[in-house]
Design a protein around this ligand. Sequence first.
Ligand SMILES: *[C@@H]1O[C@H](CO)[C@@H](O)[C@H](O)[C@H]1NC(C)=O
Ligand SMILES: *[C@@H]1O[C@H](CO)[C@@H](O)[C@H](O)[C@H]1NC(C)=O
Length: 323
Amino acid sequence: DISFFLMLTCSFCWLAARISSNVTLPCLVQHSSGMMSFGSNGMRVKWTKLGADESLDEDVLTSMGFHKKSYGRFEDRVFLQDTHDEDASLVITDVSMDDMGRYRCEVINGMEDTIQEVTLGVLDNISVVFPYSPPVGRYNLNFHEAEQACLDQDAVVASFDQLYEAWRGGLDWCNAGWLSDGTVQYPITKPREPCGGANAVAGLRNYGLRDKDTSLFDVFCFASALKGHFYWLVQPERLTYDEAVQACLDDDAEIAKVGHMFAAWKLQGYDRCDAGWLADGSVRYPISTPRKNCSPTEAAVRFIGFPDKSQKLYGVYCFKAQQ
Ligand SMILES: *[C@@H]1O[C@H](CO)[C@@H](O)[C@H](O)[C@H]1NC(C)=O
Ligand SMILES: *[C@@H]1O[C@H](CO)[C@@H](O)[C@H](O)[C@H]1NC(C)=O
């Protein structure tokens, strides 16, 4: 009964890079059959970063024969990948937030012209978006409860832009959650049958605006950089939930919240293959380096569940706020 529509229809012409990394913007020249190849040194290539209108376009790089030139803030930071004759792909090194935007590649190769555009997203390293469902199970939060659920994790309800950026960074989640604008959406990077269709393109699936009092969904929360220290409490025994809370207090800390674990995992690469209690009564562990028996296929915060709080099977993650 719930319909969705695709926010984004272009799954190929954008890509995301992490801040400070190197990224390659693809631009491949198609030769019609019989055309003679001039080689990359015979091509004239021009890369431009597109502004809101033409007067705001920025030159990035031009190449003609052996003569190559980069411009402005791209100077000495960009070069052509040049792996083969038809390759006019651009490498940008040390990516910054300002590099985010749309780029155009123009190639004149003999008689042929090629124009391609690619959009670059840049992922900051100062925030994280994560899905949250409460102990009673998924699809149990109205909008107001969703706001409180994120606050309880030291986070806030994510905005559309924040979820969109997280999706560009690879977030894939098949349960719909509230966003701060009162819409309900979910991000899919690997299209599959139960999540809007195996043949649908990657994108944000949007259920639209929902009644904030009566509609029940999960929520996407947004947390920024940790203002404190997140850690696994080294201690000899496995603990009940109440013992876990006390163990952190005894260490001059508090039991960590879900937002703390996601922030430590995403922003600091925190990695620990031990399941531990968190403040909401859930048990999770953060894996940055996928490996056998931990999280073999992907870096992720693994979720064990909301076990019976008297179970003595787990350790605990603590958080010490900055003084
Ligand atoms: C980016 O590319 C430059 C130039 O090729 C190289 O020196 C540098 O190590 C690369 N940086 C990363 C993070 O890969
Ligand atoms: C984010 O990246 C910048 C640039 O590389 C670095 O200076 C900063 O320390 C990083 N911040 C965090 C929270 O990792």
